[in-house]
Design a protein around this ligand. Structure first.
Ligand code: NAD
Length: 365
């Protein structure tokens, strides 16, 4: 079996965390006899510096030709003054649109070794395990008309039937393989577009009788994630609401350096850590590689339904943290503070140990 991955290390700490991710990718591929074909392309600020655009045709073509794209991070102060369409972040929006990545998946779960570090009480966060499924290519970020004048600014939140249907299906399919609950989050008491969203989600739910659907207003959802996050299994929501709720969900469970994500379309998928390019710590070999490594787990799970490979990676991270190894961003007094490369080596050792135990059997695809 072949797996073609286009690597977009990007800017700042992007290349450092991508290097960590690649080591775990290669290790996992070797275990399952997968031939990994890696191709690296410029993307973001570094692509602008060389080619005058954050996303070149060559990079886009490479992404289209691969089974998966892995992105480190893009951006930095030196590109902040560029016109909007040439900024590294504009390249990312364009890439998501061009690849049709309409579903953004952000898991919110707490490593047992990390319960103490949450900003919420231990009993509230222990065993939290839910996913925010955010619509990524529609809604108010893309709607027309939009504009700004001296005395007025405006945007449009609109959704078409097919946009709601496809993201709802993704959420129900995911919930079917999990604990069978979808909470659709909207603002249907005020917004017509949310009433439409709710109707379509209800229609789609009829095709998934084993999944229980409930609806929640977004303001209440924000409170409930902080009050009792264990009630959720899959949260299904639109682009704007998902942007905010996924950050709230991420923060109750860990630090920015530990949150993975997947963006999925009909024929393409992109995996990336949630964090940005962290220019303040770039080039120092101190970035936390866990978000990037965890995104590799999501990649194997999504592409090959290899939940076992993903579990090995997650357990390897948890074991490493339990042994008191931390990068500087998450270190507590008494922890052993490791560099990016040292942390990656420890996680790899733990992966190897897990594959060698009886409990985790390696299987070939
Ligand atoms: P950021 O996520 O880069 O950094 C915020 C803070 O978290 C910084 O103090 C940073 O040092 C720390 N941090 C982030 N990731 C870390 C890691 N893996 N290990 C240890 N510490 C980590 O957010 P920002 O400072 O607002 O943005 C910096 C640049 O990144 C901007 O240009 C922004 O536009 C861009 N950005 C890119 C993406 C992306 O590529 N997907 C996402 C968010 C921000």
């Amino acid at each position: 079996m072949n797996l073609k991955v286009t690597l977009l290390p990007g800017d700042g700490i992007g290349p450092e965390v991508t290097e960590a991710a690649v080591k775990v990718m290669q290790h996992t591929a070797d275990k399952y006899d997968i031939q990994l074909e890696l191709r690296e392309e410029l993307f973001g600020g570094c692509a602008y510096d060389k080619h005058g655009t954050p996303l070149t045709e060559q990079t886009l073509a490479a992404c289209r030709e691969s089974n998966a794209v892995f992105l480190g991070a893009v951006g930095g102060n030196q590109w902040d003054g560029l016109p909007q369409h040439l900024k590294p972040e504009a390249g990312l929006l364009k890439l998501r649109r061009e690849l049709g990545l309409y579903a953004n998946v952000r898991p919110a779960r707490v490593f047992s070794s990390f319960v103490q570090s949450s900003s919420l009480k231990n009993e509230v966060v222990r065993d939290v395990d839910f996913v925010v499924m955010r619509e990524l290519t529609g809604g108010i970020y893309f709607g027309a008309p939009r504009g700004v004048e001296a005395d007025k600014g405006w945007n449009t939140m609109s959704y078409e039937r097919h946009e709601v249907e496809r993201i709802a299906r993704k959420a129900f399919e995911l919930a079917r393989d999990r604990r069978g609950r979808v909470t659709s989050v909207d603002k249907a008491n005020v917004l017509e577009v949310s009433q439409f969203w709710r109707n379509i989600v209800r229609e789609v739910s009829r095709d998934y009788p084993s999944v229980a659907l409930s609806h929640m207003y977004v303001d209440n959802a924000a409170m409930q994630i902080v009050r009792d996050p264990k009630q959720f299994d899959v949260i299904l929501t639109s682009n704007l609401f998902g942007d905010i709720l996924s950050d709230i969900a991420g923060m109750i469970t860990g630090s920015l350096g530990m949150l993975p994500s997947a963006s999925i379309g009909h024929s393409h998928a992109l995996f990336e850590p949630v964090h940005g390019s962290a220019p303040d710590i770039a080039g120092k070999n101190i970035a936390n590689p866990i978000a990037a490594i965890s995104s590799v787990g999501m990649m194997f799970e999504h592409l090959f339904q290899m939940s076992k490979a993903a579990q090995v990676i997650e357990r390897a991270i948890d074991n490493t943290l339990q042994q008191g190894y931390r990068t500087a961003d998450i270190a507590r007094p008494g922890d052993r503070v490791l560099s990016t490369t040292e942390m990656t080596s420890h996680i790899l050792e733990q992966c190897e140990d897990l594959y060698n135990t009886e409990a985790i059997r390696v299987f070939t695809l």
